[in-house]
Ligand binder design. Structure first.
Ligand code: 5GP
Length: 178
């Protein structure tokens, strides 16, 4: 591991993160019929903190599902290939599905996952919520329905996002100064 936590600069503190996620949950509540269940799919591992924080404020009955995918490996750039570790999902016939992801970068992972869910799970509706949208890096046509923050083309860590498997537990978002 080349980088060290002492070189990490704070980009977004915990208070800013959590208040924006609460705002995003309010936006999601207002876009759905809250009397109808919502299937919330967490894309492990990066989305874990965002998912848990967001779910607390959703007002509809929520079912929790988890998939595990990766396209970065241990590097700071997308490998361009998807590693699927767990894609065992049941049928969501007639249900609303919201995929929750940490960050959309090139869009490779979410392009694959959303197409997979649409063709295999019989959902009535599939939407996407992301904590970060790195629009400048996009190569696939993925547009989040709900997005908490835009981020420029820097490698960020914390609040679920890792570097070599570490830093996911930080309660803030940081970046390594060059
Ligand atoms: P994509 O498939 O959109 O190129 O990449 C999506 C995945 O790459 C994310 O789920 C995340 O795991 C990883 N990723 C993309 N940008 C960053 C970043 O700035 N920091 C970290 N830690 N992971 C990132």
């Amino acid at each position: 591991m080349e980088k060290d936590i002492k070189d990490l600069k704070i980009l977004i503190d915990n208070k800013t993160l959590t208040s924006r996620i609460k705002e995003l949950a309010d936006e999601i509540n207002s876009k759905y019929d809250i009397s109808k269940p919502l299937v919330l799919i967490c894309v492990l591992r990066g989305a874990v903190m965002f998912y848990a924080e967001l779910a607390k404020y959703l007002k509809m009955p929520v079912k929790m599902e988890f998939v595990s995918l990766s396209s970065y490996g241990n590097s700071q750039q997308s490998s361009g290939k998807i590693k699927t570790m767990n894609l065992n999902l049941p049928s969501f016939k007639g249900e609303n599905v919201l995929v929750v992801e940490d960050i959309v970068d090139t869009g490779l992972t979410l392009d694959f996952l959303i197409k997979f869910i649409k063709s295999n799970c019989e959902a009535q509706d599939v939407k996407l919520a992301v904590l970060f949208d790195k629009k400048c890096a996009r190569k696939y046509d993925v547009k989040p329905d709900f997005s908490a923050f835009d981020v420029d083309n820097k490698f960020i860590v914390g609040f679920g996002l890792d570097y070599c498997g570490f830093y996911r537990n930080l309660d803030y978002i940081g970046y390594f100064e060059a």
